[in-house]
Ligand binder design. Structure first.
Ligand SMILES: [Zn+2]
Length: 288
């Protein structure tokens, strides 16, 4: 499932390719996603121009010059495929082998000026595409309760300290709670907890203050590195170029049960347990 870094990578590709382009045509071969695409409303976006492409948590926000914003959530298997017709101009930025994704799972195809095509493809249909008035965007139920972005300055020691004391949940669950911090999921939480030498079963109110600073800096570090590597390709994620991310090569614990700990001075073995029905990976020695 795409987490913050994967969505950020897709957003960056979109920003590079569709900003300032005009929507020429919208085709909706299959409106059935997590929420039905409002065909009539969506088609009203034709002739508008893309002003900017932003990300909030795991949502991609395409701001148009008609005062509307298209929100895209990739769900589990949502893919955005950008296809250009002029290889000379676009070959380095976003070429995609269309044969890799089944046309049967195409839900929405937008044709832009400069012959750029954007296709939303989703095998498992957990993603969605909605439209909101740009000025009311922050009020909708997807965005209005989100915590701060982990890479923003708002996600800092004071924020963490203030919120962590009130809650006695597993630290891991707190980090995955989108109201506390937006965009983190199971992969990056497991990795950040490992880097901080914290036991995943620790309760949030028991974490020493010293560890909080370390954890915050490791969360930021792991996300930045993952974005730089193009995200992680686990099962279903490709970026808009159809290229796989590379960050999975740098996993220390995620999916590594049975391996020796990657810390050079540690002889521990990576264990897999379940916390709140989510697989949790940790070293049995350095994360005691
Ligand atoms: Zn270890």
């Amino acid at each position: 499932m795409p987490e913050l870094p994967e969505v950020e990578v897709v957003k960056k590709s979109l920003k590079r390719t569709i900003c300032n382009l005009t929507i020429k045509n919208i085709d909706i071969p299959n409106k059935f996603l997590r929420y039905k695409i409002d065909e009539k409303f969506m088609k009203k976006m034709v002739k508008s121009k893309v002003l900017s492409v932003l990300r909030r948590s795991k949502y991609i926000l395409i701001n148009l010059n008609n005062n509307y914003t298209i929100m895209v959530h990739l769900g589990m298997t949502g893919k955005i495929i950008i296809t250009g017709t002029n290889k000379k101009n676009y070959k380095t930025s976003f070429y995609y082998e269309l044969s890799n994704s089944k046309i049967a799972h195409n839900h929405l195809i937008m044709k832009f000026s400069k012959n750029i095509l954007l296709t939303y493809n989703d095998v498992r249909k957990f993603g969605f595409i909605k439209i909101f008035k740009t000025k009311n965007l922050h009020l909708n139920s997807h965005l209005n309760k989100l915590g701060p972005e982990p890479l923003s300055k708002k996600f800092n020691f004071n924020y963490f300290k203030k919120n962590v004391k009130k809650r006695k949940v597993y630290l891991k669950d707190l980090l995955m709670n989108q109201k506390f911090i937006a965009g983190l999921g199971n992969i990056y939480v497991n990795e950040a907890i490992f880097l901080s030498k914290i036991n995943p079963k620790a309760r949030s109110n028991e974490i020493p203050l010293k560890k909080i600073s370390l954890l915050i800096s490791n969360i930021k570090k792991v996300l930045k590195k993952a974005i730089m590597e193009g995200g992680s390709s686990i099962k279903d994620f490709n970026n808009t170029k159809g290229k796989n991310g590379n960050f999975q090569q740098f996993f220390n614990v995620y999916g590594k049960q049975g391996s020796t700990c990657s810390r050079s001075n540690c002889i521990g073995t990576i264990q897999r347990i379940w916390i709140s029905k989510r697989s949790t990976f940790f070293c049995d020695i350095c994360q005691k």
